[in-house]
Design a protein around this ligand. Structure first.
Ligand code: SF4
Length: 1001
């Protein structure tokens, strides 16, 4: 199975695509299969073989063919030889390579697959012995003994018995849940050293690059102290190296600078055009400037830089292949590739994924914050693509693709032309319509060419999913109230789908005449057969067709707009899917096709689990207006695919088998790995080891609301429009200082001087800056306040006094050391909830005494990543094994569509979500809060978590924390409740106490 999944093209993993292919095969008289004669088309579940061969022989032969083709597609790039080569979009930079590079050989990285290790057992005594040995050799106190003792004393197995040894088996994933600050990182480091000494190569996956490099440094110090010839190396994406080197130079950390810094020797050979940009050097994108004299008109193939095999930019990859312990970060494990050819077990392959690299190299993988890694996989941030632009000069991949078609053979081009021309028509025209105000994406018609609004100001990501406003159509055309708690009936669902050309199936139900009229107009809207812009006439006709059902003109305008937007984006979705498959064909060697496929997720042609139960990529669209140099805008798309839940649960099983041909031992650790209902974070595997937070008072949840001085009401932020939030957050900052923070900090100064620091969080950089503005308007010294600002891009618009400390998230950990005066640090919640250790200088204790959540975290269930996670989690259900895998798969697929429809037809306002969706949103919020509070729990310190936003406390709309907690607890099964109690102990009790819920849940 692993061999098959390794070479299977992604598209076969899509249900629709598989069905299309099967139908094509069926009509082929030379096909090896036929349909059973007496079964109707729609009910076929299996085919009849007519190839006359033994099935296993045939499978073996087909696998050989597929593997051959796979290897052909993974051949290393040829090295560039003497002569002129171009790089950049239009090859605008030119390098002249000397004759000395003639026949230069690019040495591959050598990597042999480590044999499988079925299980590993590590005893507490062995780890303690290791600590003592290190301490003896260095003369330093063995402080880790205390950490290990506390951790092992608290750990319980899945049978609730104390743990003296960790037993880890290959396949799937084992999970260890323990509170923040109890020594999981210490355990990871010692486990890795112990196993490496026993000859077992280990991979460690930290949350961020900084965490990965720090772990490597600490492990290497220990290895040196032990006097063993073992090495630990960090595997960082070459793109992040330049960034890390610059940061190390800024901090004066010259050893680190030496580790990360490199120079691009190709730069000296540039004879025309811009120099290579650090981070984006043209290591594998050189193209000959001499067009080949080839009657087949093949495109100029990409060539590799001749220095690729020896360049310092890639030395970390070689060090990783030679190391005994390899450390990387979440993002690199899931999305990284190795740009240098790799010689794997005797075969040289191009662009091996970091996942394959690690799973081949390491018999054991230790993943810190594994739930966060899973959650991050739902974010499609990195996969975005601009489809159309107006009024601004932007290089568009679709335009490049069109230009590059000239290089294709007619037989290849005929597959690309239909989806490409259709995608371009739909994208360009849709953007025109939005910019002209003919259609609009959100719930109010904007002014044509209105002022640009940044996503951060809008308070949402700006992404729009086809169908995300279906509730409005259902309400007006089908009489389904949008506030219902249950999904719409199946018959409505079928009729509704039959309205739109992209979702109208072959067995579409017969529609009543008025609905058929709507369906015809929608089909006409996206057909372009007349080669005329008819949108106004079509809209006029649609107004007439819905007039009877939608009485008010404003409602009618909205309903017609939603119908047109859904039709347009649905058609664009369909065309893009076809285009990505067409351009990913092996023969189509076009740079623009590669960009398109990379961004839309099909370039990783051989993912073990390319799709979840939904079976296709979800697309989100966004329009951004620009005013400079002239009014215009851009249309972008993002794609969400894969199945993060199953990928994580099967990392050591199916995924490892597909990547490396062997199962691996994988241990995932976190403080919130078990959280039923949290769609993004809950890992779908049993907890093997857990430690309950048993220290009473270690975690306290408290109300921290501030009163408006004039109205004497609680200041509420959640639920306000983004423009309304601006003055409210500033006011909240000022009142919070007067009513709570001033006294709180005075108390800390008198009682816990080392930890005279508190953290405030909002939902964005802008919220952080506004809170700071409010506080500095009241506090004695603006230098007491620090605000986190973006690494790049424009700073938030709020003007702050010069003395306010501004720093990036990368600098936050050094705050107590570098800015001793600061008493309040303010940051966006999403940046600081995980992995951040702000410690008392030269101490293991957290410098933070309290955390203040000033703005209720967003609960955007229709945001694309949230929706994707919810659909996947719900569809996978309880994940129990079944003797009928096809039946199980069909059921999961049905559940996926049911959930998708349920979310898309829900009113997105939190107060109006169904109980089910509310419970899910609350679970995700609780995970964030527990993690956030964990920042102040390093070294066993206690933490106070203050809920400041009035929205946490106002029961009017059913969005108050006590009410939401009741929803959530009521949504759990008895075993899930017991599981929560077992894992979270006093942390959970603190929440229940706050909510006034009986402890006996
Ligand atoms: S391999 Fe090295 S020298 Fe060549 S382009 Fe990349 S960074 Fe520059």
């Amino acid at each position: 199975m692993g061999r098959f999944l390794r070479v299977r093209p992604n598209e076969i993993g899509s249900h629709r695509r598989f069905r299309d292919m099967a139908q094509t095969l069926r009509s082929d008289p030379d096909s090896s299969y036929e349909l059973p004669a007496d079964v109707p088309d729609s009910e076929v579940r299996s085919v009849v073989a007519r190839h006359g061969q033994h099935p296993l022989d045939l499978a073996a032969r087909l696998m050989e063919e597929a593997e051959k083709k796979y290897l052909e597609g993974r051949r290393p790039l040829p090295g560039a030889g003497p002569g002129r080569w171009g790089f950049g979009w239009r090859r605008e930079s030119v390098v002249e390579l000397p004759v000395t590079v003639k026949d230069a050989v690019i040495d591959p990285i050598v990597l042999n697959t480590t044999p499988a290790v079925e299980d590993v057992t590590v005893t507490r005594d062995a780890l303690e012995g290791l600590v003592k040995e290190i301490s003896r050799n260095t003369g330093k106190p063995p402080w880790r003994l205390g950490v290990l003792a506390k951790l092992f004393d608290g750990l319980r197995s899945d049978e609730d018995v104390p743990v003296r040894k960790l037993l880890l088996k290959a396949g799937g994933i084992r999970l260890l849940n323990a509170p923040t600050g109890v020594g999981k990182s210490v355990l990871i480091g010692l486990l890795a050293i112990h196993l490496a000494r026993a000859g077992v190569p280990v991979g460690i996956v930290a949350g961020r690059v900084d965490g990965a490099t720090k772990t490597t440094e600490e492990i290497n110090e220990d290895l040196e102290a032990l006097g063993v010839a073992l090495r630990c190396a960090t595997l960082v994406s070459p793109r992040r190296l330049a960034e890390k080197a610059a940061q190390a130079a800024d901090d004066g950390q010259w050893n680190r600078f030496d580790t990360f810094g490199y120079g691009c020797s190709l730069a000296a050979s540039v004879v025309d055009g811009p120099q290579p940009v650090p981070k984006d050097e043209p290591c594998t994108i050189l193209r000959s400037l001499v067009e080949p004299v080839d009657h087949k008109r093949r495109p100029a193939l990409r060539h590799a830089c001749p220095h690729l095999g020896v360049c310092d930019r890639h030395r970390g990859l070689r060090a990783g292949a030679a190391a005994d312990i390899v450390v990387t970060n979440h993002h690199n494990l899931m999305h990284g590739t190795i740009p240098v050819p790799v010689l794997i077990d005797g075969t040289v392959l191009n662009r091996v994924s970091v996942q394959e690299f690690l799973l081949r190299k390491c018999a054991v993988l230790l993943i810190d914050e594994v739930d966060h890694m899973q959650s991050g996989m739902f974010d499609a941030g990195a996969r975005q693509l601009m489809l159309a632009a107006s009024g601004t000069a932007i290089d568009l991949p679709l335009v490049h693709l069109d230009a590059e078609r000239i290089r294709l053979l007619p037989a290849e081009d005929r597959d690309v032309v239909p989806p490409l021309t259709r995608t371009r028509f739909l994208a360009d025209q849709f953007l025109n319509y939005v910019l002209e105000g003919e259609m609009w994406l959100k719930d109010a018609r904007p002014q044509a060419n209105g002022k640009r609004r940044l996503a951060d100001e809008r308070g949402d990501s700006g992404w729009h999913l086809p169908g995300s406003r279906d509730a409005l159509v259902l309400k007006h055309l089908f009489g389904i109230d949008d506030a219902r708690a249950e999904p719409a009936p199946e018959t409505v669902y079928e009729q509704f789908n039959a309205l739109f050309p992209d979702s109208r199936g072959a067995q579409a139900p017969l529609l009543p005449e008025w609905l058929r009229g709507i369906a015809d107009q929608l089909t006409l809207a996206v057909s372009n057969d007349s080669a005329q812009d008819q949108i106004r006439e079509i809209r006029h006709r649609l107004h007439g067709l819905v007039a009877e059902q939608v009485e008010h003109e404003d409602d009618r305008r909205e309903v017609v707009n939603v119908l047109l937007v859904r039709t347009w984006l649905g058609a664009l979705h369909q065309a893009l899917t076809r285009l990505t498959y067409a351009v990913a064909a092996p023969g189509a060697e076009m740079p623009a096709a590669r960009v398109l496929a990379e961004q839309l997720g099909t370039v990783a042609q051989h993912q073990a689990i390319p799709y979840g139960p939904l079976g296709y990529l979800l697309f989100g669209f966004r329009v951004d207006r620009v005013d400079d140099p002239q009014p215009g805008g851009t249309l972008s798309v993002q794609a969400l695919g894969g199945d993060p839940h199953t990928t994580i649960a099967q990392l050591g099983g199916t995924v490892a088998l597909a990547a490396a041909g062997v199962e691996r031992v994988v241990l995932g650790l976190s403080a919130t790995v078990y959280f039923p209902g949290a769609a993004r974070e809950h890992v779908r595997a049993d907890i093997t080891y857990s430690m309950t937070d048993a220290d009473r008072g270690a975690f306290t949840t408290l109300a921290g609301e501030a009163q408006d001085e004039h109205s004497q009401t609680t200041i509420r932020i959640g639920g306000l429009s983004e423009s309304g939030k601006t003055p409210a957050i500033r006011d909240l900052g000022a009142r919070l200082w007067d009513q709570h923070l001033d006294a709180h900090l005075c108390y800390l100064a008198a009682n816990d001087k080392d930890r005279e620091l508190c953290m405030l969080v909002g939902n964005s950089y802008r919220h952080a800056a506004l809170l700071a503005a409010g506080i500095v308007s009241r506090c004695a010294d603006p230098g007491w306040v620090a605000v986190v600002v973006p690494r790049s891009g424009p700073p938030p618009l709020t003007v702050l006094p010069e003395k306010v400390v501004t720093l990036t998230i990368d600098e936050l950990e050094s705050l107590p050391r570098k800015h001793k005066n600061v008493k309040v640090c303010i940051a966006p919640l999403s940046l600081v909830a995980r992995g951040l250790n702000i410690l008392v200088p030269d101490d293991q204790r957290s410098a933070l005494a309290s955390v203040w959540v000033c703005v209720r975290p967003p609960t955007g269930i229709t945001e694309s990543a949230e929706l994707f996670a919810s659909v996947n989690a719900y569809a996978l259900g309880s994940d129990e094994a079944s003797v009928d895998p096809v039946g199980m798969w069909t059921m999961q697929r049905t559940r996926a569509f049911r959930r998708l429809f349920h979310i898309l037809t829900s009113d997105p306002r939190f107060s109006r979500l169904s109980r089910e969706l509310k419970a899910e949103a609350v679970a995700g919020m609780l995970v964030d809060m527990i993690q956030l509070a964990g920042r102040a729990r390093r070294g066993g310190t206690s933490v106070e978590l203050y809920l400041v936003d009035g929205a946490f406390h106002d029961p009017k709309h059913g969005t108050d924390i006590p009410g939401l907690l009741r929803y959530y607890i009521a949504s759990l099964s008895p075993s899930q409740r017991r599981g929560l109690e077992r894992v979270y102990g006093t942390t959970l009790t603190s929440w229940l106490d706050f909510a006034g819920i009986d402890k006996e849940i």
